[in-house]
Ligand binder design. Structure first.
Ligand code: 13P
Length: 256
């Protein structure tokens, strides 16, 4: 795969002014020598519009962090895929472990969300990952397998160039301890094989597999050197524009 993808997941951080400052900072630092990396910003819903304006005319992409599977209706507090398209999003994060763990999202929910995103031509960033307990019990593959089949069950049309996978081991998220490159290599290799079995080699080749979990400027280069890693999904370190751009640069193969 030629291009890497680096996504900033701001989670529930920042008001509109802070979001715009962050987006402008990223835009400025990436500047005219914009690297050959797909760079995506995922602000909270309330900052989508202001960030959209701040990145207009640049090569930055806009993502939401969640969606509902219904297009509209009496679903208080929810936002549908077409609404996100209308707000300028090209991507949407689906099945983040915080959604699964804190808000009770099931594999079935994630599957419905993924299908709704694809139907609306939003590129879903499907997050999967095992807990520490599952890893210790030797159930990593079983967990990932259930998450993948739950999410991809209803997907029949071609997913070439319209799906991104993110492997985010729950134990590495927000802990300061990233998964070791050897663990990432092994797990990404297994995910790739699972995608080949599901979609065939020709399509599976075009699905980027990102790593997420305590990515920062200090470990980005060693993760970028793992051949199976097609990019990263960054939480905490994406809240500082310099750190985030350093990570982007690590994936562009150029000096910061
Ligand atoms: P951290 O980079 O803060 O560990 O978060 C990772 C994550 O959850 C990105 O979606």
């Amino acid at each position: 795969m030629e291009r890497h993808t680096v996504i900033a997941n701001w989670k529930m951080h920042g008001n509109q002014a802070e979001g715009v400052a962050l987006a402008r900072g990223v835009r400025r630092l990436l500047g005219n020598r914009f690297p050959a990396v797909e760079v995506v910003l995922a602000p909270p819903f309330t900052s989508l519009e202001t960030v959209r304006r701040a990145i207009k005319g640049s090569r930055l992409h806009l993502s939401a962090q969640n969606l509902h599977w219904q297009p509209q209706g009496a679903f208080t507090g929810e936002v549908g895929a077409d609404m996100l398209r209308d707000a300028g999003c090209s991507h949407v994060i689906v099945g983040h472990s915080e959604r699964r763990r804190l808000f009770g999202e099931t594999n079935g929910d994630v599957g419905r969300k993924l299908a709704a995103a694809l139907d609306a031509s939003l590129k879903p960033v499907l997050c999967i990952g095992e807990t520490l307990r599952e890893r210790r019990d030797g159930r990593t593959r079983q967990t990932l397998s259930a998450q993948l089949s739950g999410a991809l069950k209803g997907v029949s049309k071609s997913v070439k160039d319209c799906l991104i996978l993110a492997y985010e081991p729950v134990w590495a998220i927000g802990t300061g301890t990233n998964a070791a490159p050897a663990q990432v290599m092994e797990t990404h290799g297994w995910i790739r094989q699972a995608l080949v079995r599901r979609f065939g080699a020709a399509q599976a080749r075009h699905i980027p597999i990102l790593y997420g979990g305590s990515v920062n400027p200090a470990n980005a280069s060693e993760l970028a050197a793992v051949p199976e890693v097609d990019g990263v999904l960054v939480g905490g370190a994406s809240l500082d524009h310099r750190s985030f751009v350093e990570i982007v640069n690590a994936f562009s193969g150029r000096e910061a």
